[in-house]
Ligand binder design. Structure first.
Ligand code: DQA
Length: 148
């Protein structure tokens, strides 16, 4: 079974409590459960990691080179600032899908820039928790399972 990394960055551990009008009322654990349930259906094995620390996110992307076929990544606010994460994604070689709960294009100006977008295979944003399941479906098709 193909394994993928589901990586979440800063402040996403506060989902459920954090600005629910923007990010929804589900906790990250509840989103992970929904991703895990879909993953079972489509024959993918996800590993879930969250960190508020930029360097830990870099390390997790590197470590996944040894085992992952791809990754779904919500980099939180580091999306808009982190050259280190961009370089890590460019370096790892496996496909990474950028994910956001909110539609960052419809929010503040500074959220319209993504440092990581150009090195990801694509972006899913604005669908709330469903951004993750949509990204999982896309990644599964891309890496050759769950498609026709
Ligand atoms: C976010 C959007 C980012 O701009 C913000 O900093 C986040 C969450 C999202 O999922 O909508 O932390 O990545």
């Amino acid at each position: 079974m193909k394994e993928i990394l589901v990586l979440n960055g800063p402040n996403l551990n506060l989902l459920g409590k954090r600005e629910p009008e923007i990010y929804g009322s589900l906790t990250l654990a509840e989103i992970d459960e929904r991703v895990a349930a879909l993953a079972v259906d489509i024959g993918i094995l996800p590993r879930f990691v969250q960190s508020n620390v930029e360097g830990v996110l870099v390390d997790e992307l590197h470590a996944a080179m040894r085992w992952a076929e791809g990754a779904i990544f919500n980099a939180g606010a580091y999306t808009h600032s982190s050259i280190a994460l961009r370089d890590a994604i460019a370096a790892v070689g496996y496909p990474v899908i950028e994910v956001h709960l909110s539609n960052t294009d419809a929010r503040e100006e500074f959220r319209r820039v993504s440092m990581i977008g150009p090195v990801c295979v694509g972006t899913v944003k604005g669908f709330g928790w469903r951004s993750y399941t949509l990204a999982l479906r896309a990644l599964a098709e891309l890496i050759g399972e769950g498609g026709d």
